[in-house]
Design a protein around this ligand. Structure first.
Ligand code: 5GP
Length: 125
């Protein structure tokens, strides 16, 4: 599905390859709707990516085109992974980048779960 700022879904992207098992990842959790794994270049003591199993380029694509079951399953998984990582009490931050202004690198929708220290203000001044 084409989305403004991003092309149609490219199934050679790195997360599609991880989902197909062509490239290894440090898996945290997996269910019918999602896969969670450690980011290869962590920006915080805990930096985990959660991706849907379906082929969606971004949050815009996912929110418009995924089924209710996929959306519910995915966001329940994000909360469950944060809990599994013991981040609920100290707290955590979710980030999702969408399109050029966000510098989205990988064109498969994903949520970053970040925590393990006080993350400061939302964006650098
Ligand atoms: P984006 O900028 O698209 O929101 O974030 C993409 C994230 O994917 C980056 O934080 C980057 O470090 C991570 N990443 C890129 N390639 C790989 C990979 O092969 N394995 C893992 N685990 N993470 C990756």
């Amino acid at each position: 599905m084409a989305v403004s700022g991003l092309g149609p879904y490219d199934d050679t992207n790195i997360f599609a390859r991880i989902l197909r098992g062509e490239i290894p990842c440090r898996k945290v959790a997996e269910d019918a709707f999602s896969l969670a794994f450690h980011d290869i270049a962590p920006q915080a003591p805990v930096h985990v990516l959660v991706i849907p199993k379906g082929a969606y380029v971004s949050l815009s694509d996912f929110s418009a085109n995924a089924s209710d079951a996929e959306i519910a399953g995915f966001f329940r998984a994000v909360g469950a992974v944060a809990k599994l990582l013991a981040l609920e009490s100290p707290g955590y931050r979710l980030i999702t980048n969408m399109g050029p202004d966000s510098n989205q690198e990988v064109p498969h929708f994903h949520v970053h779960i970040m925590g393990g220290r006080n993350l400061g203000r939302m964006l650098p001044a």
